[in-house]
Design a binder for this molecule. Structure first.
Ligand code: ATP
Ligand code: MG
Length: 401
């Protein structure tokens, strides 16, 4: 057993000593079998949530309705979820209520793909009811049971499948693929938030290009926010170099760029996805920088406006446009900036008001902006006397006009 599982063994064993079954399940078992790094260890158990809470002194209810209790032990935390079925599906969406059961088999049957339906015992034995090990070896994504039924129960599974294509480089088994093809319109019933999570992961996967091709081919893209009219753009996006995006902001920036979404339409597009304001602002900044960088290297003033992180993020992206990134140059340019932010200017608004006999107004911001620009471009020294003199001069010139 890998270290992450070893660490969790005491939790498993405590559940077993109380007379219940416990197994490692879900993505971590899949990833261990693939030799990939694992992030979170999930435990499934025949014990009901109240029974888990009776066993462990420190627990947090993080999803009691779905049977999940967080067990805290030795600075670690483990999601312990009761075996359950999700038999009462309505509207092609995940049910709000689930039924707890004592049977591992029932629990594994409700999982999406065979490679996600393993259970691993504390002695290392793998429970593989659906021949997931063969699929794992053959790099196949196969729905557990009848794919039509499974996508009718929860249409998100189709997007999850595309996301796993991107992360793992697997292909769909034929019937599973056909079922996605036929049922793509069911995605209409799925909340934007859930689609967003999967699509974002899809964008960051190593095999993104293949996943995007499947997204278009199966027509699932028609039911993704704002993508409906962009089938061809998506295929162009899928023809970009097969480099991995290191951040979501970079992925979305290139997507938006390939779709030809103008600077002003980035916000409305990302709002459809219910993206965070933070992401929206970063994509706006990166897209602005990228458009400039496609034409010519970034100037000091542009790097100043973007900040170091975003400037580097833009520079990294030029590889997609057959340019050679020069990250060192960006770092050096940034280091050499006389100021890094307006706050670093030798004078502020108050200083201006004290030395110039004018009421506060629009002029203040304008003058400060001009001084900032000229200091960044090294036309002016960042020195209070120099700046105040320049301010007088600029106001004078403005009056003379
Ligand atoms: P990741 O490595 O990204 O966490 P994962 O496979 O662990 O991938 P999770 O969303 O963490 O995905 O879900 C854990 C497990 O729960 C899955 O492996 C799968 O067995 C099951 N599962 C999750 N979502 C669904 C779903 N919509 N339908 C059926 N089973 C699901
Ligand atoms: Mg997981």
């Amino acid at each position: 057993l890998p270290e992450e599982f070893q660490l969790a063994l005491p939790v498993m064993n405590q559940i077993e000593r109380a007379g219940f079954e416990a197994y490692f399940v879900g993505g971590s078992v899949r990833d261990v079998l693939l030799g990939h790094k694992i992030h979170d260890v999930d435990i499934a158990t025949s014990a009901f949530p109240a029974e888990i809470k009776a066993i462990f002194p420190r627990t947090i209810d993080i999803g009691i309705a779905h049977g999940t209790v967080l067990v805290l032990q030795h600075d670690e935390q483990y999601e312990v979820t009761t075996f359950r079925t999700e038999s009462t599906y309505q509207d092609f969406r995940r049910p709000d209520q689930v039924e707890f059961v004592r049977s591992l088999t029932e629990d594994l049957k409700r999982r999406d793909f065979t490679i996600n339906a393993f259970a691993l015992k504390d002695d290392g034995e793998i429970v593989d009811l659906f021949d997931g090990l063969i699929d794992l070896q053959e790099h196949v994504l196969r729905a557990v049971g009848n794919p039509h039924e499974r996508f009718h129960e929860d249409a998100l599974r189709m997007m999850r499948g595309l996301r796993f294509v991107s992360q793992l480089g697997f292909s769909f088994e034929n019937e599973t693929f056909d079922a996605i093809n036929e049922n793509h319109a069911l995605l209409e019933k799925i909340s934007v938030e859930r689609i967003y999570v999967e699509f974002d992961k899809l964008l960051l996967g190593k095999f993104r290009n293949q996943a995007v091709r499947f997204l278009v081919e199966t027509e699932c893209y028609l039911y993704c926010p704002g993508l409906r009219h962009y089938g061809e753009a998506l295929l162009r996006f899928a023809d970009l170099k097969p480099l991995i995006f290191t951040t979501s902001k970079q992925a979305w920036t290139v997507l938006v760029e390939q779709m030809g979404i103008g600077q002003n339409l980035i916000r409305p597009f990302l709002k459809k996805w219910k993206a965070s304001n933070e992401l929206i602002q970063k994509v706006q900044a990166l897209h602005w920088g990228l458009k400039i960088r496609q034409e010519k290297p970034l100037t000091n003033w542009e790097i100043y406006q973007l900040g170091l992180k975003n400037s580097l993020a833009v520079e990294e992206l030029v590889t997609f446009y057959n340019l050679t990134p020069d990250l060192e140059k960006i770092k050096n340019q940034y280091e050499a900036l006389p100021i890094k932010q307006l706050r670093d200017l030798a004078i502020n608004g108050n200083d201006l008001l004290q030395s110039i006999d004018l009421k506060p107004g629009k002029w203040l911001k304008e003058i400060l902006g001009q001084l900032e620009y000229q200091v960044v471009t090294k036309d002016l020294k960042n020195d209070s006397k120099v700046l105040l003199d320049k301010a007088q001069e600029l106001l004078q010139a403005g009056d003379d006009k």
